[in-house]
Design a protein around this ligand. Structure first.
Ligand code: SUG
Length: 445
């Protein structure tokens, strides 16, 4: 039996815009009200996904959400026709309208936490959509995310779908962005690392002073229970609150793992040495590579600007590892020098591939934010909805679909245009036919 780690990238939705919605995410705030290009954003994402498929990796796509979210606007009291609802929200509550128009579901590292069958007691792959309660625009994602995951991984013999955690700050959950798995081979039982920002039920525990800690220990523990993980194969690590205050709003902005490699910044965690020893003690198998990047080589500001750690580390069919990095890493002197050195350091990482995902980066989303990892064997991969898997045909169809439906430019004021509702729904309705998802959206019910 063969094993893979598939990446499921979020298809960027037709309303991609820069609304400055994410306090604590420096890029989101810095680019507030900039003009976006939904078409370029979707194409940049598709190009990266296709390139990974062409490298011989299993690659899928996850459909975006329905935006503007008229359902939420009606739920908070705006009434009338769809156009009236949009106009009233634009006039009386523009900030709420912006929250209901975000294409933030593109960052599928926040769609869910996934535990592969090799780690779970029932031998199924477990999915829990993230509740994303810390940000209003993201807190409206989990129900539709659950629908899309169920339509993509649509086989109850292999896939176990949970409801998102209770919608309360005590259970703030940001999904796979705060979760990494270490293993020898993808099909072997691994160690699941859960990185949290604060303990909700222990007010005296350390936490950031300025920016929110989006993930709680309580949420991470709940996911580990739901996914039937053993204590011996789970490690809970606190993220360094000082780096959250410098713009590291998710762990995947400062650390990333793949198989026996953990690549992280010196300042990423609390109690680093103790936690590394715990990981080492629980990991049975081959040599573990802890690649620690010192502040002297790359400072936190450079890491946040370039997204050095929001890279994907992938294992190529020849067994070598490659880093999938944003072109922003090439533009940062210290980071570029570090990456050039990294491939010569004798670790399993031998190559770096750069991709332009600037449309997403300007909202704080790098290559790793755009993907949800699902480790699986060939039987499980064969059970995935085949119309979601990347190949020449899907790539061409989705590019044509983007050309047909997406705008070249979108300004914040355009979010009040009722025509955007029609364009977005027409596009998504067609997409559900291309990807054979059934009726996953509210407007289709
Ligand atoms: N690190 C990972 N895995 N994901 C990145 C998510 C970026 C997203 N940005 C936004 O939601 C900005 C939207 C705006 O401002 O228009 C966020 O902060 O939740």
């Amino acid at each position: 039996m063969k094993h893979y780690e598939a990446n499921f990238d979020g298809l960027v939705g037709p309303t991609h815009n820069y609304a400055g919605l994410s306090y604590g995410n420096v890029a989101s705030l810095n680019n507030a009200a900039a003009i976006s290009s939904p078409k370029a954003a979707a194409k940049q994402g598709l190009k990266k996904a296709k390139a990974l498929a062409d490298l011989g990796l299993a690659q899928g796509m996850l459909a975006p959400q329905e935006r503007p979210d008229l359902h939420t606007l009606r739920r908070i009291g705006f009434s009338g026709t769809d156009a009236e609802v949009l106009n009233k929200a634009a006039k009386h509550a523009p900030a709420l309208l912006r929250a209901c128009c975000s294409a933030s579901s593109m960052w599928t590292a926040n769609a869910a936490t996934v535990s592969p069958s090799a780690d779970t007691h029932d031998g199924k792959i477990h999915f829990t959509p993230a509740n994303l309660v810390d940000k209003l625009h993201r807190s409206i994602e989990p129900v539709t995310t659950g629908n899309i995951l169920a339509a993509t991984f649509n086989n109850a013999r292999h896939f176990h779908h949970h409801q998102h955690l209770p919608e309360h700050v005590s259970f703030g959950d940001e999904g796979a962005a705060n979760h990494t798995r270490l293993c020898n081979e993808y099909g072997h039982a691994g160690i699941e690392l859960f990185v949290y920002g604060q303990e909700a039920t222990n007010p005296s525990a350390p936490k950031p002073k300025k920016y929110p800690a989006r993930q709680t220990l309580e949420a991470s523990q709940a996911i580990a229970r739901l996914h039937q993980l053993d204590d011996e194969s789970s490690v809970f690590i606190q993220q360094n609150p000082d780096v959250i205050d410098q713009g590291v709003f998710h762990n995947d902005v400062i650390a990333v793992g793949n198989q026996n490699v953990l690549f992280y910044h010196e300042q990423a965690f609390v109690d680093t040495q103790k936690k590394l020893a715990e990981i080492q003690g629980k990991f049975n198998g081959n040599e573990l590579h802890f690649i620690e990047v010192p502040t002297a080589k790359v400072g936190i500001q450079d890491a946040v600007k370039s997204y050095l750690f929001n890279t994907q580390i992938v294992t190529l069919p020849n067994g070598e590892m490659a880093i999938i990095a944003p072109t922003n890493c090439q533009e940062n002197e210290a980071v570029y020098a570090y990456l050039n050195e990294l491939v010569t350091m004798g670790t399993p990482i031998k190559q770096v591939h750069y991709f332009d995902v600037k449309q997403s980066m300007q909202n704080g989303g790098g290559p790793a934010c755009l993907r949800l990892r699902v480790a699986m064997n060939d039987t499980e991969l064969a059970a995935v909805n085949p119309n979601t898997l990347m190949n020449d045909e899907l790539f061409n169809r989705l590019n044509l679909w983007v050309d047909k439906h997406y705008r070249d430019e979108l300004a914040i004021e355009d979010l009040a245009d009722p025509q955007l509702i029609i364009e977005s729904r027409t596009a998504l309705d067609e997409l559900t036919q291309i990807m054979k998802l059934g009726s996953v959206y509210q407007f289709q019910k």
